[in-house]
Design a protein around this ligand. Structure first.
Ligand code: IPM
Ligand code: MN
Length: 355
């Protein structure tokens, strides 16, 4: 096959980790006889610096004209402590999600036995935990009406959901559950929020169409607790945008390193693949960031965008082997030996080719 891949490295460590994922994609193409071509585009602070827009039209066109988007991270500390900044790097990411119609964000949480001791939780709670968080990505408070009143002294964000938005994401979640362990947890705050009551109502309407799936409904505060009390309870979790943002950060640290979690955002136009971690500006340019989450996002790209499971598996196997053999960056290294971002990327690419 031939793929056109839009590469949007973004800010901070984005370019370094994305470069390693590109090596993995090239290695897969060489091994399986595919051809990938890359078109690079800007998003985030680097785009603002260049043209004043965090997601310029030409970057959007590059994404639309491609078969998949590989994305790094956005964010720059120079914007973080300026609540009055008019443009922010994060707007680029949000615009990209909205314009590409990426309403479903799949964040699989996996644990690696070798690393469970790095988890802040007890090993036996974590070992073997494996679940899929499905976060709604283009609705809710992130995109509802927001603003200031009273000369700036009152502020509001609107948590709005339409039926079609809830139906399409809950449907996707039921279908994932059917292909997995057939257990779906719908997370909401239906005891307080009207939007959550709509979510719960719609999920309850849909449940009879999936009689093979066991559904439970959980308030988000309780879900936050169950995630650390009993992560193995979960199989597929579905929730709205803001809750999903918070719960997936929580879920990611269960595994022992945030540098391991990949994600896929799928929807109406080109699908996008990105690590769930941020731009980690303190590490930018130092060649120390963990590239595994981005490399695993490339595995998801083969699986989800191209339906090439064996190719995805080849990347996953190489990542698993790098962890087993300890050829990893300092954040997950044992003892003294650790390797740079680019060394890990080269090792993984070589490992993919060797088979
Ligand atoms: C994420 C990030 C983004 C979000 C930020 C950078 C806008 O935290 O992808 O989880 O809140 O969605
Ligand atoms: Mn987040």
């Amino acid at each position: 096959m031939e793929f056109k891949i839009a590469v949007l490295p973004g800010d901070g460590i984005g370019p370094e980790v994305v470069a390693q994922a590109v090596k993995a994609v090239d290695a897969v193409c060489a091994r399986f006889g595919h051809k990938a071509s890359y078109r690079y585009a800007d998003v985030g602070a680097c785009a603002i610096d260049r043209c004043g827009d965090a997601f310029p039209e030409e970057s959007f066109q590059t994404c639309v004209d491609s078969d998949a988007v590989l994305f790094g991270a956005v964010g720059d500390p120079k914007y973080d402590n300026d609540p009055l900044a008019k443009v922010r790097p994060e707007q680029g990411l949000l615009a990209m999600r909205k314009k590409l119609g990426l309403f479903a964000n799949l964040r699989p949480v996996e644990t690696f036995s070798k690393l469970v001791h790095k988890s802040p939780l007890k090993e036996d709670l974590v070992d073997g935990a494996e679940f899929m968080c499905i976060r709604e990505l283009t609705g809710g408070m992130y995109f509802g009406q927001k603003g200031r009143l009273d000369g700036g002294d009152t502020a509001y964000d609107t948590n709005i959901y339409h039926r079609y938005e809830v139906e399409r994401i809950v449907k996707l979640a039921f279908e994932y559950a059917q292909r997995r362990r057939r257990h779906l947890t719908v997370v909401d705050k239906a005891n307080v929020l009207e939007s959550s009551r709509l979510w719960r109502q719609i999920a309850q309407e849909m449940a009879p169409s999936y009689p093979d799936v066991q559904v439970d409904y959980m308030y988000v505060d309780n879900a936050a607790m169950q995630l650390i009390r009993c992560p193995k309870f979960f199989d597929v979790m579905v929730t709205e945008n803001t809750f999903g943002d918070i719960l997936t950060d929580e879920a990611s640290c269960i595994t022992g390193s945030m540098g391991l979690l990949a994600s896929a955002s799928i929807g109406e136009l080109t699908s996008l693949f990105e690590p769930i971690h941020g731009s980690y500006p303190q590490a930018a340019g130092k060649n120390i960031a963990n590239p595994l989450a981005t490399i695993l996002s490339a595995a998801m790209m083969f699986e989800y965008a191209f339906a090439l499971m064996e190719e995805g598996r080849a990347i996953r196997d190489a990542v698993a082997r790098s962890i087993e053999e300890g050829f990893v960056t300092e954040d997950i290294a044992e003892g003294g030996a650790s390797h740079s971002t680019s060394e890990v990327g080269d090792w993984i690419a070589a490992c993919i080719l060797k088979k």
